[in-house]
Design a protein around this ligand. Sequence first.
Ligand code: SF4
Length: 582
Amino acid sequence: MTKCLYCPHHCDISEGSTGRCAMYSSSNNEIVERYPDHWLVVTSVSVETIPFVHGWPKAKALQISTVGCNLSCPGCVSEILARTPEAIGTGLRKIDAETLIRQAKEEECLGIVFCLNEPTVSLPSFLRVAKLAKEKGLFVACSSNGYFSDYTLNLLLPVLDMVNIGLKGINPGNLRECGIVNNRIVMENIKKLVAAGVHVEVALMHATGFDNDLIQQAKEVVSISDRIPIQIMRCMAFGDLGQEYEPSIPESEHLCARIHEFTPHVYLLNSPGTSCLDTTCPDCGRVLAKREMYGPMGCRPVSFSHTNMCSCGYHLPIAGIVSSERFEEEGMDGGYRPTRALEFIQGIVSCLGVDDPSCAPRLWRSFLAEGGISSIHDRIQKISSYYGIIDEVAGIVDRKETGEELTAVLKEMTARVTTAVSGAARPRVLYTMGYPVFSLNGGRFENHLVETAGGNPVNRMIPRTGKPGVNITSEEFYAVNPDWICISGLFSLPKDACLAYCLKNDLIVPAIEKKNILEMPASWDFGSPRWILGLMLLAKSFHPDRCSWDVTSEADRFYRRFYGVPFEKIHPTRSFIKASAR
Ligand code: SF4
């Protein structure tokens, strides 16, 4: 047996077997990486995508990611690559540290950042890159759960400039589920990182019912240093978490306000359209930086003062320099977006009824080769190209016939919709995420669904694009003048909250006057073949006199056929993979 020293699990690993994270094995009484210098993601990103809000603002950095984690938290956004490292590990690309740093320099990155999974489980590879990065004058950053040993901390300290630590709360049951035996270790690590001069940001996941726990933990962080920005990650019902754990955006904003009472800089993520992503001066209240959502867990600065000093004299505590221009990533590259792309593929696999684990390595070898993640983005924005992905996935997992049947069903249901709405007057439809002032990109799949369902996607009148959309002004909201507002099934908002927001902010358009607000069920408009149900729901809502189908009956038929469960038994989830959280 050889003991792994990298994290507090201190796994005893016998020759040839692996530890809890499945990323280290034992060979000749030494702990060795299973995939040394192998990477899942190597791509340039803006640091706010990771996210860092007070560290090297607007800087471009080279993101590197592997697979695996030493924890197993319910609802993890990276579940697909944290829980199945063996399967996805077959698709990793071997790139040595010199090549990575050369790429970072060629792409004019100011630093490197390990994000998406836990650096502790690929520590020797990360350290090789980090040391070389420092030699070449780049900053080194990572996202981490902070559950690493003193041994690891001492290896990281000489190279690490900044870190985002994701805390797991204080509830003993939740910590046990994550695999955290001693929560003090994480707080002690934060103290040591701060004492060593590392820039630390802390992320807290806000799940319903845990507000007081979060406030207690935020107070503890602030007692270490009130310069640490607190990021509130609104919980999303990913993985096996049910939607009952998902607070609404107004509920998370209320939590931010409570935390703001004892620390100046609190930020709310996963909440499109919120103003709680902005930095305000604690002394005079001026807005020093405006930000908008930029993918799961991420944001981007819309404006950021170059001096990091308020006109009243307040100094915003930031690390590094403020870059003059922000960098924008391509497609589904960067931050946590690749997890959505991988789930997208796995969502088709589960719809095909595949439960043979031996298919997974074949799948990822094929899809991750030649930068497969980036290519997925363009292929999932149209119904026509979606069929091609089903065909490809079905071929790889030996389910050609089921793939053909799925495609035939999707085509038949789509044809019913197009026939029914043909020639009908098209209502103006604004597709939103979160608050109604966050407009999805006009080219997104959801707007393609609106068009197919006989609507006029007015999002296309907004020239700017983001990930997956942009904040719009009240003038733009009035200009698009929607007859319908559709709220995404991914980052959602209760219909009543949408109505209340518009009334409070004097955003009165026909959709609000007639209460034409559609809250799309989770995963019915993007990410899984269940989009067909979203299409039928949209058409039925826009053109009830022309669409005779009953959406519930259609859903029941679809769920029974492709997931083997009646619709009424479904526990809704934002997961692209699972039809039901339980
Ligand atoms: S890093 Fe992995 S193998 Fe090592 S102690 Fe932690 S869980 Fe076990």
